[in-house]
Design a protein around this ligand. Structure first.
Ligand code: BYC
Length: 389
């Protein structure tokens, strides 16, 4: 790997972490938080950006999806090209869902395949930075939780590949496009996880950013993607909570643990802001994507929501957000903040982040190592077909 940085623990003593992390964190944390009850319910601590918890928004979206599935779809197209387009436009305008049976413009299909595939690849590559800590988690309980979380990410990848397949592209094709660099994954997973506190920061900030970005996708105009997002968001909310709780434990531990937690937040803050993509002025897909109701909010709107949500949560954690210019703007009713370095984002997207080569080398190896499983499954399926014939 040459000079590519690897995910390795920094100098902070892990044995120290392992010792103190054995305290019964669940009950203790709840006791500590109790005096701030109004500030630590799920709405405020875990994200109440618009007066309604993010999970409530997911439930609303789920109800709407059911209603859309049951809605009368009379007035369908007569088969002519103009009528197919009219019907598509009407379904989008009425906030109904486009389903795999429906005609869709080719550009809508391509845009969705691009976004869903990139999202699926992100879930799969996203297992690596956290997987790095499974064998070094500071307690059996932490290890079991992390294992379950990393498995959830694999599941998210699979729901998303399945949603993309409904658009007429095979999962194998998408995987090949990731492997040969034609498709991307989120910039965030090209940063190393240097200490145990990074697992907390990923849960709190990376999963937090993911939820803010993904809850609106539960209302995406494409039914299979919206349905996958409902389940993913429910699971992501637990992921965010486990990260928050790891950081809370460290922030209230020894001086070294507290410094480790702050150091992780310092390193993950700006890359998390960059997850939302380039600023609106430089976003190539937003306008069309929003017109088609794939994206429901712009990159900058979601980034702002995320910052507003994190400020409250950071104060409960007792950790600082590493932005000297972060301050409340009463006129806008939001926090002013420093943008991430977008040149760095584009460098990372182009393959020049700290861990890009390592992540892809690992993915290639895992794919090659899994060849025998794919061959065995194909041979078994062929045998079953032959038996049934
Ligand atoms: N990283 O026109 P724009 C997770 C690209 S997984 C890389 O604004 P769009 C988790 C963009 O693709 C979280 N590339 O694009 C998993 C485009 O390039 P192309 C993943 C980025 O699509 C495991 C160009 O820049 N979440 O949570 O309108 C463990 C111009 O951008 C990035 C999703 O995938 C980036 N950060 O908006 C823990 C959510 N940003 O394709 C957690 C679904 C931009 O033209 N995706 N680019 O070559 C989306 O919501 C949207 O695709 C984005 C970008 C907001 C990311």
């Amino acid at each position: 790997m040459g000079s590519v940085p690897r995910d390795e623990p920094s100098g902070v003593s892990l044995s120290r972490v392992a010792e103190t992390d054995q305290r019964p964190p669940g009950r203790e944390v709840l006791h500590m938080l109790a005096p701030q009850a109004s500030d630590c319910n799920t709405c405020v601590v875990y994200g109440d950006d618009v007066g309604q918890s993010l999970l409530d928004q997911v439930e609303d979206a789920e109800r709407e999806l059911r209603a859309a599935a049951e809605a009368d779809r009379a007035g369908g197209p007569d088969g002519s090209d103009a009528d197919l387009q009219r019907y598509f436009d009407e379904v989008i305008a009425a906030d109904q869902k486009i389903e795999p049976r429906d005609w869709i413009p080719e550009a809508y299909r391509k845009g969705l395949v691009r976004q869903i595939a990139q999202h699926a690849h992100s879930e799969i590559i996203g297992m690596q930075p956290e997987g790095n800590w499974i064998s070094r988690a500071p307690s059996l309980k932490r290890k079991a939780i992390l294992l379950a979380k990393v498995q959830d990410e694999a599941g998210h990848g699979l729901y998303l590949y399945a949603a993309a397949e409904t658009l007429g592209v095979a999962r194998e094709e998408l995987v090949q496009m990731l492997l040969d660099g034609r498709q991307k994954y989120s910039s965030i997973f090209n940063y190393p996880t240097l200490t145990w506190a990074d697992i907390g920061a990923i849960g709190w900030l990376v999963d937090g950013a993911a939820i803010v970005n993904q809850v609106p996708l539960c209302r995406c105009s494409y039914g299979p993607y919206a349905r996958a997002m409902i389940r993913i968001c429910k699971e992501e909310s637990f992921h965010q909570r486990q990260g928050f709780e790891i950081l809370y434990t460290l922030a209230n531990g020894t001086g070294a643990q507290r410094r480790m937690a702050q150091d992780a937040v310092d390193r993950w803050w700006y890359p998390s802001l960059a997850m939302f993509g380039p600023p609106d002025t430089a976003s190539t897909h937003s306008e069309q994507s929003m017109a088609w109701k794939i994206k429901r909010f712009s990159n900058d709107d979601l980034r702002q929501r995320f910052v507003d949500m994190c400020v409250q949560q950071a104060s409960v954690l007792g950790l600082a957000i590493p932005d000297p210019d972060l301050r409340w703007n009463a006129e806008r009713g939001s926090y002013d903040f420093t943008d991430p370095d977008y040149d760095e984002l584009f460098r990372v997207i182009k393959g020049n982040g700290p861990c890009n080569r390592q992540r892809m080398a690992y993915r290639h190896r895992a794919y090659d190592d899994g060849a025998w499983v794919r061959e065995a499954a194909a041979a078994h399926a062929a045998k079953r077909r032959a038996e049934a014939a």
